[in-house]
Design a protein around this ligand. Structure first.
Ligand SMILES: [Zn+2]
Length: 79
C-alpha cells in the first residue's frame, strides 16, 4: 500500500511536469510564431475631378493629372 501511494505521487508528479512542458512549448510556439503577413495596403479612394465620384484607386482610370472614374471623364479633362 505504501508503494502504491509513492507510485501514485510519482505518476501524478510526472503527469504535471509533462503538462507543464507541453504548455511551455505551446507558449514558446505562440511567442515565436513568425510575424503575420503584413496587412494589405489600405484601399485608396480617389475622387473623379469631373463628376466627384469616389471610387477605389485600383478601379479608377489614371490620367496625367488625376485619376478619373472613366475614360470619358479622363478625355473630358485632359483631351
Ligand atoms: Zn467622373
Amino acid at each position: 500500500m505504501k508503494y502504491l501511494v509513492v507510485l501514485l505521487v510519482v505518476v501524478i508528479g510526472f503527469w504535471l511536469w509533462r503538462n507543464r512542458r507541453a504548455e511551455d512549448a505551446a507558449d514558446r510556439a505562440e511567442t515565436h510564431r513568425p510575424a503575420e503577413a503584413p496587412a494589405p495596403a489600405l484601399l485608396e479612394i480617389v475622387a473623379c475631378p469631373i463628376c466627384g465620384l469616389h471610387l477605389p484607386a485600383n478601379e479608377s482610370v489614371a490620367g496625367q493629372r488625376a485619376r478619373y472614374c472613366s475614360t470619358d471623364h479622363r478625355r473630358q479633362a485632359e483631351g
